[in-house]
Design a protein around this ligand. Sequence first.
Ligand code: NAD
Length: 474
Amino acid sequence: MSEQFDVIVIGGGPAGYHAAIRAAQLGLKTACVDAALGKDGKPALGGTCLRVGCIPSKALLDSSRQFWNMGHLFAQHGISFEKPAIDVGKMVARKDAIVKQFTGGIAALFKANKVTAYAGFGQLQPGKVVKVKQHDGSEVELAGKNIILAAGSDSIELPFAKYGEHIIDNVGALDLQEVPKRLGVIGAGVIGLELGSVWKRLGAEVTILEGLPDFLAAADAEVSKVAAREFKKQGLDIKLGCKVSNTEVKADGVHVSYTDAKGAAQELVVDKLLVAVGRRAATKGLLAEGTGVQLNERGQVVVDEHCHTGAEGVWAVGDCVRGPMLAHKGFEEGIAVAELIAGLPGHVNYDTLPNVIYTEPEIAWVGKTEEQLKAEGIPYKAGSFPFAAVGRAVAMAEPAGFVKVLAHAETDRVLGMHLVGANVSELVHEGVLTMEFSGAADDLARICHAHPSLSEAVHDAAMAVDKRAIHKVN
Ligand code: NAD
């Protein structure tokens, strides 16, 4: 007889563990099935985000930032020392310890909230039964009144660049044991820029080949322009409009054949090649025949705006469904579905999801870009303010970048906020909050911001919407 649950979640990543904990908080008997193992071979909850994504990359970004600053920033402060050195093994071990702390933290939260964790691969059967193939080869069957599919995503592999020792994805790039002399990256997206930055700061020569002709096409064009300029200054070589056609691992490195933006055939030779061309829904083997759940042509679980699959009592959230592959989008969907199951009005506002790229300077935005507003014919006003005019940013020796607030030309309602600069991963939430409360640029302008703080750039940008910024000529 299968064990009965009110809710069974397949996948213990950001979307799945939020769904499971919230369901348990609401008094529902909940199980969560996850197949992942940590580096120690033991079950590790937390998904891509905690094991091989957001958290470990931030650990390495922070280590490499400190190292880079020693060579590039400290002298300005009058600090000098013998040549800086980096112990890559120690840096990676620190990252692993952080991962272990946080994956273990989810296990502890499950225990405290009485979520039953099953370690193994879960497959949905017809009739809301989940078959779990456990790591020792045994199988258990669980029956749920509600099922939440939260299977996550995997790196896309290019057919001519199979992963191995020299050609790596995000997982490999987080675990290099020494700094590669030459690192090639395919894809100037979020992973390419973040992990390319890590190894560049530690001394690698980094060349990024991007297929599209525009840099960071999803971001506001002014933000992309400033970011591209800063990355160039750091020595990141980003080549746009490149079509990679082949790779070959030879004794002297990985040979990457591509045509450049002018159509000329080129070859790049690198010691390691990071492929970061996007991710796809990890739905292979997730569904047995006859569940009534549909996958689309991209392998994503088809859901409506409430994350319902159309099969009675079956929901899906996070990277395995439509929408941006962001951990925090998964968090919100997981919570919303648990609340809907419990009869509460769960809801996700997809218009106010913040985007952040943790480069140096950081890039962040919420809402529409100027390009989108123009294309949609929405009348708007823009106010921007540079960090170079913010006392705190200059005192921190972080003057690069700006904040831009976009507001409706007639109602003044904030439609977007675009930022590039120090700590903008935190500042963007002023835009998120304002938009969530349907606030106006004038509301932001009339809120007292601490001086001196980086947030003054947001304040002055909001004032600049009506040409009344104090610290610049409007
Ligand atoms: P991405 O979609 O951000 O970027 C992929 C890039 O590769 C794009 O610029 C694309 O044009 C380019 N590309 C695709 N095919 C190519 C080819 N054949 N040759 C050259 N360029 C090619 O994907 P990613 O960087 O792999 O990240 C995967 C997902 O993980 C994304 O959805 C991302 O949002 C998410 N993620 C988010 C964060 C964050 O929020 N900070 C961090 C890491 C990953």
